[in-house]
Ligand binder design. Sequence first.
Ligand SMILES: NC(=O)c1ccc[n+]([C@@H]2O[C@H](COP(=O)([O-])OP(=O)(O)OC[C@H]3O[C@@H](n4cnc5c(N)ncnc54)[C@H](OP(=O)(O)O)[C@@H]3O)[C@@H](O)[C@H]2O)c1
Length: 332
Amino acid sequence: MKKIIVLGGTGFVGAHVCEKLVREGWAVTVPTRRRIKATAIMHLPNLTVLELDVNDEAALMRAVPGNDALVNLVAILHGTQEAFERTHVALPRKIAKACRVAGVKQVVHVSALGADALQPGKLPSMYLRTKSEGEAVLMQAAMGAGTSGQADFDLSILRPSVIFGAEDKFINVFAKLQRIFPVMPLAGAEARFQPVWVEDVATAVVHCLEGASPATSPRIIEAVGPEVFTLKQLVQMSAQLAGIGGGFGRPVFALPDWAARIQAKLMGLAPGEPVMSDDNLDSMKVDNISTGQQPGLASLGIIASALQPIAQDYLNSNNVKSGLMGMRSRSH
Ligand SMILES: NC(=O)c1ccc[n+]([C@@H]2O[C@H](COP(=O)([O-])OP(=O)(O)OC[C@H]3O[C@@H](n4cnc5c(N)ncnc54)[C@H](OP(=O)(O)O)[C@@H]3O)[C@@H](O)[C@H]2O)c1
């Protein structure tokens, strides 16, 4: 039985990746900073949860040996420059080292659409710049830029646009906000996205591990859905699909940049994860859609699913089918 360690396996995408991997016969190990975060996946057969912080290099070096492959899904959306660098750049560096030392043969790294390992400095946000630097670190290792001169591992980098699914924090959050508020003041209203289904992203991870030819490593794949929407369209659609406002949704009006910045600062003061931060606004200066310069999901044999029928299902079901039970019933 092949063994794999999935960093970030407790998260939104990670739970779907883990479920697919165990179904494909992999023995999966998931490190987490807090075991309770693994509640949705710990019942899966052949899945082991390890309580450790992957940023702790010594702990990572102990956890990686014995695995044939590694998936990295660890990322943050908000934080300081230091936090972005620690999570998106320093961690990939530690992963590259741990995989080289342990002889791990395959790495799948989930990055983000808009990242560009060749020119990180040109990108508008800390999120995209550090995602790009993290890609560059892993690509150098995969191209044999290390001391050995040999490729350390086969590398696939997935760059998804915004990801939707029953547990997403995007479409669900916009629907939730519109259940509460009668109007929606919206930052970045004209920014364009190409939403991709979480099941398609998880399938892509598995196909990279099982189907990709070593000759094409390192490979970059843009994981996008079949349609492009502005943020305003997505917000309106989330409310309409959830039946809010009699199925018409709420009035959505675009905030000018200065007002969006004030809104982001105020959200940053509230406890918990902000819906929108200054850095998110910076990210939205560039459209989050396929560049057409890299292969897409079709190159992995995946026909990307459309947003509306799937989002309608989970927005309407009002969390009745939440969690892994819901994921199961939809994927059968
Ligand atoms: N969701 C999207 O719309 C979207 C769009 C584009 C790209 N992506 C990329 O897809 C990947 C997965 O995203 P996701 O939405 O599944 O993320 P998520 O739900 O936020 O999960 C992130 C995971 O990373 C771990 N993690 C977070 N911060 C960490 C830190 N500082 N140190 C160590 N571990 C940390 C968490 O593990 P523990 O808390 O259990 O330790 C968690 O399991 C990420 O690379 C993300 O950038 C996501």
